[in-house]
Design a protein around this ligand. Structure first.
Ligand SMILES: *[C@@H]1O[C@H](CO)[C@@H](O)[C@H](O)[C@H]1NC(C)=O
Ligand SMILES: *[C@@H]1O[C@H](CO)[C@@H](O)[C@H](O)[C@H]1NC(C)=O
Ligand SMILES: *[C@@H]1O[C@H](CO)[C@@H](O)[C@H](O)[C@H]1NC(C)=O
Ligand SMILES: *[C@@H]1O[C@H](CO)[C@@H](O)[C@H](O)[C@H]1NC(C)=O
Ligand SMILES: *[C@@H]1O[C@H](CO)[C@@H](O)[C@H](O)[C@H]1NC(C)=O
Length: 472
């Protein structure tokens, strides 16, 4: 009803994908072991064994998701709390227009090209059929991601999800963007086997839990220009070496511009996310090493945009993490509460929770100059914030007391001193009280209006940058 027919058409690809990656149980280990296994130079992309899948915030969920949604023995789930990014989407209006330029670039390939003939043919036959109307809409792979997440939750927690929908039982809140509303609707439909009777609640602009966009709203995030480190890395020797290799792959005597190489990457990443078994034509101009370097650009952007490289990154997650704790506290004290609390939004919403919980934090900051040193970094947006990324928290009543579990993209997050994944609630509550009651870092008043910011130029610069990254 709220979702268009096209969006509802569903592919079965995800389940195949999920099965093949089910073996990845720890997102941090997975990243380093896969790296070695998939090293290839300029091989034929069409026949390469395991094409690279780690494309930062444009990574497909199934490539990095875990399989840790389980109820421990002698426990009963009492409440499930979820923050989810929308599923795989189409590009911005501007990007859809720019991608058409690739039709011109594809004719520039010369006889000197170092790509195999099959890859060259694929590029020459490439075309785009996107229209302006597609911009930022949920793509059908995105529908499948939210649908299958709902199905897995329902299977794991029947005590929660087999209850009928009432506003008291289940709290939904979505961003006002169509792709987030559609993601929420698909989730609702898959859990309750019906359409929502009314439009699902949309977050108010005064709500600090989820509406983190106080000063200004920007539609297009795809043309983000970074803070210093991002720019330095993009202008630096590693990215220039990628540009040079891509130009040689195409058989050009001149170097392409970075912008043109970026367009090729966009086409490659999006098509891989939309059709996960496909071999997108433009991926063939890159080597694995190139992909890794360009992935670092995205990691830097988000690290300085809303991760640990940004002084207000951790603050932004406070109200929403406090919401989680307040809900679990009520259940732990025997109060009535909803069975499920579900938020549907954007990258920033998931990353704000991630940063507040201290997930993916490295001892060394990510810099334009330390790519090699950071190869085994924890801050990899491919693993933290793919399409449909999510944080799920579950509160259990067990024979031996209350317990809680927190998962990022269905990987259990080790908590507390003994790194438990299903942990006794009391020490977790104490730990969370500490991270949500600090007046300095748990106060978003500074972003309530722009005028208040005018004396803090640095903050403004950072904030303007954050706002660019918001709607991803
Ligand atoms: C666009 O192309 C893709 C793959 O080539 C195809 O699956 C899809 O149906 C096409 N969409 C339209 C609207 O023609
Ligand atoms: C292309 O870029 C590389 C790396 O920056 C540089 O070494 C090379 O000289 C450039 N080639 C041309 C033809 O300008
Ligand atoms: C980028 O591509 C466009 C054509 O789509 C072309 O006009 C422009 O010269 C290219 N820039 C470089 C530096 O390759
Ligand atoms: C917790 O319970 C109190 C009192 O019953 C209620 O006012 C409050 O809104 C609840 N908190 C949450 C997050 O539901
Ligand atoms: C934090 O703020 C509250 C209310 O604004 C106040 O009661 C409390 O004393 C403050 N705590 C600290 C540590 O400043």
């Amino acid at each position: 009803m709220l979702v268009t027919g096209r969006v509802l058409a569903v592919s079965l690809l995800f389940s195949a994908m999920a099965a093949s990656t089910a073996a990845l149980t720890d997102w941090q280990h997975a990243s380093s072991s896969l790296r070695q296994q998939m090293d290839y130079g300029r091989m034929c992309y069409r026949t390469v064994q395991n094409p690279y899948m780690y494309f930062g915030t444009k990574t497909t969920y199934g490539a990095v998701a875990g399989n840790d949604l389980q109820t421990p023995p002698d426990c009963r789930p009492m409440q499930v709390w979820l923050v989810s990014r929308h599923g795989t989407r189409y590009p911005s209006r501007k990007k859809i227009e720019e991608l058409k330029k690739l039709n011109e670039l594809k004719t520039m390939i010369t006889a000197e090209s170092t790509m195999c003939p099959e890859d060259i043919v694929a590029i020459k036959n490439w075309n785009t059929n996107l229209t302006k109307d597609d911009h930022y809409m949920l793509q059908r792979q995105g529908v499948e991601e939210l649908k299958s997440l709902a199905v897995r939750l329902k299977r794991q927690f029947p005590q929660i999800f087999n209850n009928p929908y009432t506003e008291a039982n289940f709290k939904f809140l979505t961003s006002h963007k169509q792709r987030a509303k559609d993601s929420a609707t698909v989730f609702y439909q898959s859990v309750f086997n019906q359409n929502p009777e009314n439009e699902l609640p949309i977050v108010k602009t005064s709500d600090d839990r989820f509406y983190l966009y106080k000063c200004k709203q920007v539609e297009d995030d795809d043309d983000t220009k970074g803070l210093g480190e991002v720019k330095k890395f993009e202008d630096g020797p590693l990215v220039r070496s990628v540009v040079s290799r891509v130009s040689m792959a195409m058989g050009l005597k001149q170097n392409l511009s970075y912008e043109n190489v970026s367009l090729m990457l966009e086409s490659c990443m999006y098509e891989k996310a939309w059709y996960i078994q496909s071999r997108p034509a433009w991926c063939a101009v890159f080597t694995q090493n190139d992909f890794e370097i360009l992935e670092y650009v995205d990691d830097l952007k988000h690290y300085y945009g809303n991760g640990y490289g940004n002084p207000i990154g951790e603050s932004m997650g406070c109200p929403i993490v406090k919401d989680l704790i307040d809900n679990f506290k009520n259940i732990s004290r025997g109060k009535q509460g909803p069975l499920g609390i579900f938020y549907f939004g954007h990258s920033l919403n998931v990353l704000s929770v991630v940063a507040r919980l201290g997930i993916g934090k490295d001892n060394t900051p990510l810099l334009s100059t330390n790519f090699e040193q950071m190869k085994t970094r924890k801050w990899r947006t491919s693993f933290i914030d793919p399409f449909a990324s999510n944080v799920i928290a579950v509160f259990y009543k067990c024979m031996d007391g209350n317990k809680a579990m927190i998962l990022l993209n269905e990987h259990g997050i080790p908590m507390g001193k003994d790194e438990c994944r299903t942990c006794p609630w009391e020490p977790i509550e104490a730990q969370f009280n500490a991270i949500t009651s600090n007046n300095q870092t748990c106060n978003l008043n500074m972003c309530k209006n722009c005028a208040a910011l005018s004396s803090f130029n640095l903050v403004i610069v950072i904030f303007a940058y954050v706002i660019h990254l918001l709607y991803i």
